[in-house]
Ligand binder design. Sequence first.
Ligand SMILES: [Ca+2]
Ligand SMILES: [Ca+2]
Ligand SMILES: [Ca+2]
Length: 162
Amino acid sequence: MPRLSLLATAVLMLAGPALAAPGDTAAPQPAPTAPSDRPARVDGGVMRYDTNKDGAVTIEEWKTGQQARFKRLDANGDGKLTKDELFARTPAVGNSVLPTDRQASQQSGYFLLLDTDKDGVVTLTEFMAGADRNFTRCDLDKNGRIDTAECRQALQRKPAER
Ligand SMILES: [Ca+2]
Ligand SMILES: [Ca+2]
Ligand SMILES: [Ca+2]
């Protein structure tokens, strides 16, 4: 089994460059103005939404960031996210790891959570509602600001496990 998937990976690696569509070379990469003094490892990446770098992410910063994220994820720009779009990783050639069953079911669960009207796509409204819920969940002290520590603490409490 492992040998087979290794082989498949090798084939993918070989096929990768040839599969790249012409005109695909200059994929627009909206490079966020990343200051270099940012800590390299931030759990959960919450702080990347702290655009004014005051050490906390406000709901406005969060929403702006999530909207930008939606646009990035919406690969075909139709204003809706399919499951594929939501979970698409940058197709790193030869490094594309298929999600495990567990990951896949987590992803499905997450998608269903966002797709509140169950029409199989996540609209910006649905996405932002989900983002709102996430912010609220993180904002333990309800001051409209979240940071890494607060989020980490919030995530440790699993509301479902009771
Ligand atoms: Ca801030
Ligand atoms: Ca889409
Ligand atoms: Ca929907």
